[in-house]
Design a protein around this ligand. Sequence first.
Ligand code: GLU
Length: 465
Amino acid sequence: MTATVRTRFAPSPTGYLHIGGARTALFSWAYARRHQGVFILRIEDTDVARSTPEAVQAILDGMQWLGLNHDEGPFYQMQRMDRYKDVIQQMLAAGTAYYCYTSKEELDALRAEQEARKEKPRYDGRWRPAPGKTLPTPPEGVQPVVRFCNPTEGSVAWDDLVKGRIEISNAELDDFIIARADGTPTYNFCVVVDDWDMGITQVIRGDDHVNNTPRQINVLKALGATVPQYAHLSMILGSDGTKLSKRHGAVSVMQYDDDGYLPEAVINYLARLGWSHGDDEVFSREQFVEWFDLDHITPSAAQFNTEKLNWLNAHYIKQADNTRLAGEVASRLARRGVDPEAGPALESVVALYKDRASNLNELADAAELFCVDVHPAEEVVAQHLTEAARAALRSLAARLAGAAWEKPALNQAIKDTMAEHGLKMPQVAIPLRVAVLGVPQTPSIDAVLEVLGQARVLARLNRYL
Ligand code: GLU
């Protein structure tokens, strides 16, 4: 029997949930789901100056939109302060941590000496208790910090599930502060207590945390805790190979919603950012969970590629159920101040356009033409609704007034009009499109007429006759 897999996503609510964070969340979530484990959401809000309730909400919204549901939490570190303080007391009692009264001035002087000797600046352990060592007398009125007794010998190593074996000599690590003078625990310490208390078995996180891992492992060992496995995900770079910026897509996950992406397209896209399953590019969330493993995560940086995301989005829009798309389009139209009920049923409109839209906003642009009284620009009218074209539309309108409102009959009416006026298909169809939808390009005109409906088509045509 192996232990139940327990993973966590532990964002700091200092900004929105961006694409890098979302990928970390996805991989942690998928690993738990793949192994019938537990996925925990933990909000690391101890940086009170930078954490905001809006950012917490943005993270929760983003996770919900992506469908990355958690089984436990959200836990908030600010609500766990008593627990961290208890553990600090236990460590002081056990001798794995100690009070340090070194002042800022003393630390500055120490640093200057070390730099002068070309040494790496580090705390020198002057307050660290040791057998036979006499400690200085604590100065009056100074609140001490608490430092961790980092092992002085040997090294700390782990087999990173993405990066392979990493080993750091303990001589590189000094006795880091676990509680500040005001008693508040520090970031690296809270993470350790949480991972321990929450029984985390695999820590999956960005590789900007690799440097924290040796310290965290040492504290876990000092606490007698089981050390989890670690998987450090490489960065996501922009398409030009530089750090991902807003320009490349380092925007809030919810911005993708605003920009008309379906969550399953974003999930499928993120899944392939640094992970692969053979040559598979398009797969469902269920397939992803079934296939996901940490062995196929590349240790090199992944590159963001907007075209690929757009391509996936177009694919998922094509696949999506019309009722769902109609709902998405309706809310987008309403946000623009367009009444989504003013046109034909949106299900039939999206069915006409879903094969050619690369995002939901394009679908809404098309649907808007069915809901509002379109007013094509003057040049468009002048170019396409010439006298000859209007004459053809006049005889077409007469035919349409008596036509059965189905594609074959509508097609026949157009063909009869072409024959009567000696015109080719585009010479009738393009002016017709401009007259009824305001644009020269649309899906097949008979289908457009059928969906738009007889009353609307005749009313719109009438304006030009
Ligand atoms: N709170 C950290 C961050 O937002 C993550 C810490 C962790 O995963 O251990 O980057």
